[in-house]
Each structure stands twice: as structure tokens, then as C-alpha cells.
Design a protein around this ligand. Structure first.
Ligand code: CA
Length: 508
């Protein structure tokens, strides 16, 4: 009942306050100028489908209630925490037809397809008028606008925008290098020599040849760069390429097979359960890896009393480049249902989280509770930072959620240690990052997406299988390589390259 009255009240006020505006005829509760203050005269509650599984409660985060004190808009989260599979819950909701006002996505391609079919609002039609903060960000960052614009030219979701640039980097046991009198490797040949020394000279000093010179958590992608190759799709001078279909890939695989057979690469790289990093570092046997700066550098704190002298530090990529960096915008965010009775208010609400006030709340929480302002900057309270469950605690409250907002890198700087910070700064300053493969699939129409998915699944699965067989010695590279190329062609690799090139060229 309250909602209905509010709707009537708001639309009356709107008719007065927005006389002459184009969107006047649309039903709306949006009555104020928006930005970062009150969005509606009467308290209104919007519903949202949100992935509560990423946190430990039911998604009714206290931060949403705090935001309501400012915006006059509450948020009732409709996903149940019993829905362990987000995609399944999403599909059920769409099939049921009973859509909440705001819907979150981890799959912009499907989301935009549904948008084109009329399920979600083309936000671009409203941004100028109702989302000044989003408008500003998209104007200042045209590459984000390009990335989130669907094949039909519309924008259906507003993304999470990560803070910072560097994500993962190379780490090496500095204490092992010191013990063996070796400098930090600066190129592939140096790295080979260092890893061989790790393998043969017992740097952990237990008398056993148990060292695993290089290990990776879930992929060995970065190793390909050591021989100038790329493990997957990449773009060079505006041309789309498939790494596993290039001659440099063969060279890289030859060398990876050699390193593997010599015991330089973790022999269980394809089969280790759990976190290889935890095991390799905790057991004092791993020498070198590529992984997230923050969490990897943390082992220097957690292992310092367990492994005397333990020092696992970032180093420049021996190849001079690194494949991963943070995206300009994440492939998750949220949009507005076309069936919402409060489309304009919902868009204003999404915009609030990009405003200065909303952004500070989503990044740092509540002043006095989670942070204090020091020299004009929000600084987390020391007791919060000291809690080992810091990140989880933030999420439980509703801070740093997977929603559309602009992350402030200062948030991360405050909880990572100085080792991680110096590594990230080194990578960013030297710009080691290769050009990121554009989100081409996001620009495809439905027919193109169908064709892409059909070809891509087969091609990727096959090339991954062959890579494993070569590394594990089940197939000989020289004997099977020509056949491998033919099989990729049979699966349509040339068409898949062409398709992506077409879409890429069209979008630019
Ligand atoms: Ca040893």
C-alpha cells in the first residue's frame, strides 16, 4: 500500500518538477534532482536480484539501509542464500517472469540478449537525464562505454569498475636466490638457470630434492610469454589472433615440455587439488609463481614465524610482459527490469553508487564505524584492518559488493602489505601489460554469439587437451603438430578468427 501511495505522490510531484521533460509520460517515483542526495520524496523500496552467495548472509546488507537514510530508497534483496548456483537462480527468475526492479549479472552477453528481447531497460536512454554520475564516468572513459555497449547500440548493465591496474605478477623466493648467490632472473635464460639451481641445489636445506621450482595455481598461461607466445586469444595491431594456432606457440610448447621433463615445472600442475600456492609455500618447496599481488605477498606475514627467512617477493616479468591486468570494467554489474514500475528511480539508485557519497560508502562503509577521515581521506579503523576476516566482514556489511560502482584503489592499498604494493607499483610504472583482448563477444548479435559459442567451445577444449597431452608426454609434439593444426581448421578456427575480426572492425 505504501508503495502505491508513494507512486501516486511521486508522479504528481514529478509532473510538476519535470514539466516539459521528455520522459514525463513514464511512470516514475523519481522526483528530485538525484546525484547523491534524496532520490524520492517518500520512502520507497526497490527490489533487487543480487548474488548473496558471495557473502555469508541473505543479502540484506546493513549498508543498503544506511544508503536508504540518504536516498530515501530501500533495497530488498530477493535472492535466497540457498540458491547456490547464481546462473540457475537467474534463469529461474527470468523464466518465472516476476522480475525485481534491479537485476545483477555476471554474464553481460546473456543479459544484453535478454535486454534486446525486452526484458531489461536500455539504460542509455535514461543516463543523460537520471544518471549524472554514470554519465560523467562514461564521458571521461569512452573505452568503458564502448565495452558495455551491446550489439544493438544499447547499454543494459552498469559495471563494477575496478580500482588499480596490476592484478597478478611474478614472485620468487628471494631468500633462496640469496642462499645460492644468484641474482633475480631478468630474462628467460636467467630464469631457466635459476629454476635449475632451485631444482638441484637444495635451497630449502632439508637434504631432499623436493623443490618445485615453478608452480601455478590454475594455469600456466604466463609461461608462454617466455618464448614470445600467447596462450589464447590476443590482439596485435588491430588483428585478432588465436595463440594456439600460431608458430610461436609451438616454440613455447617445445620449451614448456622440456622444462616439465626436467622437473622445473610442477609435475602435478594439472591435477593438484585445493590451492597449490598454499601447499607449495606452506611446505617450503615452491620457488616461483605468478599470482595475485595482495594475497601472495601476504604469505610473507603468515609464514615468517614458520619458515625462517621466508621472503617471497615480486619481480619484473622475465619476458618483459605480463598477460593479466585488471579490466577497465568488470564483467559484472546490474541493470533495471523493463517491467519495473520504478524505472527512473531505479536508474537514479544505480547512479547513487557512482556518486561521491555512494562511492565512499561502497568502498569504505560508514564514517565513524568503519573508517575515519584523516587528511581528507577515508582511512579504515585499525581494529577492522587487524581482523583476519577483514574482507569478509566488509562484504557482510555490504561494502565492496559485486555491484555497479567505481572501486577506489585506496581501499586495497590499506589492507595489502608493502611488498604487494611495491610489486603493483612496479608493474604499473613499467607498464608490463600486453594489450588486453577486447570484449568482442559483448558486441555480437544473437546469431554471431551462437556461432561463436559453437566454434569456440570445441576449439578451446581441443587445444587444451592437446597441450596437456604434449606436456605429460602422452603425445609427441613433433609427430602430432601438423595434425593438430588441421584439426583446429576442421573445427573452424579460421572462421572463428574471421568472425571476431568482423565484429571488432564493425564496433570500431
Ligand atoms: Ca630440498
Amino acid at each position: 500500500m505504501l508503495k502505491k501511495i508513494t507512486a501516486i505522490f511521486c508522479s504528481v510531484v514529478m509532473a510538476v518538477s519535470m514539466a516539459g521533460c521528455q520522459k514525463e509520460q513514464k511512470a516514475s517515483n523519481a522526483v528530485t534532482a538525484g546525484g547523491d542526495g534524496k532520490l524520492c520524496e517518500e520512502y520507497t523500496e526497490l527490489t533487487a536480484f543480487y548474488n548473496a552467495n558471495k557473502s555469508t548472509d541473505d543479502g540484506q546488507h546493513p549498508l543498503f539501509a544506511e544508503a536508504a537514510k540518504i536516498t530515501n530508497v530501500g533495497l530488498e534483496v530477493t535472492i535466497s542464500k540457498n540458491n547456490s548456483d547464481f546462473t540457475q537462480a537467474f534463469n529461474l527468475m527470468v523464466a518465472g517472469g516476476d522480475m525485481p526492479d534491479i537485476v545483477m549479472t555476471y554474464d553481460p552477453v546473456s543479459f544484453s540478449q535478454l535486454g534486446e528481447e525486452g526484458a531489461f531497460v536500455p539504460l542509455n536512454e535514461y543516463i543523460d537525464e537520471f544518471a549524472p554520475n554514470v554519465k560523467k564516468i562514461l564521458n571521461e572513459n569512452p573505452e568503458i562505454k564502448e565495452r558495455i555497449t551491446a550489439a544493438d547500440g544499447n547499454i543494459y548493465y552498469l559495471p563494477h569498475i575496478p580500482g588499480g591496474v596490476a592484478s597478478t605478477g611474478w614472485f620468487i623466493r628471494q631468500d633462496w636466490l640469496d642462499k645460492l648467490g644468484l641474482p633475480v632472473p631478468e630474462n628467460t635464460e636467467d630464469l631457466y638457470n635459476v629454476l635449475t639451481a632451485f631444482r638441484n641445489q637444495d635451497p630449502n636445506g632439508n637434504g631432499l630434492k623436493d623443490e618445485v621450482p615453478v608452480f601455478e595455481d590454475d594455469s600456466m598461461n604466463e609461461l608462454f610469454t617466455l618464448w614470445g607466445a600467447r596462450p589464447a586469444w590476443y590482439i596485435e595491431d588491430g588483428k585478432v589472433n588465436y595463440g594456439p594456432y600460431t608458430s610461436s606457440y609451438k616454440t613455447a610448447v617445445e620449451n614448456i615440455v622440456k622444462w616439465f621433463s626436467e622437473g622445473l615445472i610442477d609435475r602435478e600442475i594439472f591435477t593438484r587439488a585445493g590451492s597449490p600456492r598454499e601447499r607449495m609455500l606452506g611446505d617450503n618447496i615452491g620457488g616461483c609463481t605468478v599470482n595475485w599481488f595482495g594475497s601472495t605477498a601476504n604469505y610473507n606475514d603468515s609464514l615468517k614465524d614458520i619458515i625462517p627467512g621466508f621472503s617471497f617477493v615480486p619481480m619484473a616479468p622475465p619476458s618483459g610482459v605480463v598477460l593479466s591486468r585488471r579490466p577497465i570494467s568488470s564483467l559484472y554489474g546490474w541493470g533495471v527490469s523493463a517491467s519495473s514500475k520504478n524505472i527512473e528511480l531505479a536508474i537514479k539508485y544505480l547512479d547513487f553508487w557512482y556518486s561521491e557519497k555512494g562511492s565512499t560508502m561502497m568502498n569504505f562503509g560508514i564514517e565513524g564505524t568503519h573508517y575515519d577521515v584523516v587528511d581528507g581521506k577515508p582511512i579504515f579503523k585499525a581494529e577492522l584492518l587487524a581482523d583476519p576476516n577483514f574482507q569478509k566482514n566488509l562484504k557482510n556489511f555490504g561494502i565492496q559488493l559485486d555491484i555497479g560502482f567505481k572501486q577506489n584503489f585506496d581501499y586495497e592499498r590499506q589492507w595489502i602489505n608493502s611488498i604487494a604494493e611495491s610489486g603493483m607499483d612496479m608493474y604499473e610504472k613499467n607498464d608490463y601489460f600486453v594489450e588486453q583482448f577486447p570484449y568482442i563477444i559483448g558486441w555480437m548479435n544473437s546469431d554471431e554469439i551462437d556461432e561463436y559459442k559453437k566454434l569456440q567451445t570445441q576449439i578451446d577444449t581441443y587445444s587444451q587437451e592437446m597441450l596437456q597431452k604434449w606436456i605429460l608426454g602422452a603425445e609427441k609434439l613433433d609427430e602430432t603438430y601438423e595434425q593438430y593444426l588441421k584439426q583446429l581448421e576442421k573445427f573452424g578456427v579460421k572462421r572463428l578468427i574471421e568472425l571476431q575480426q568482423e565484429v571488432y572492425d564493425r564496433h570500431n
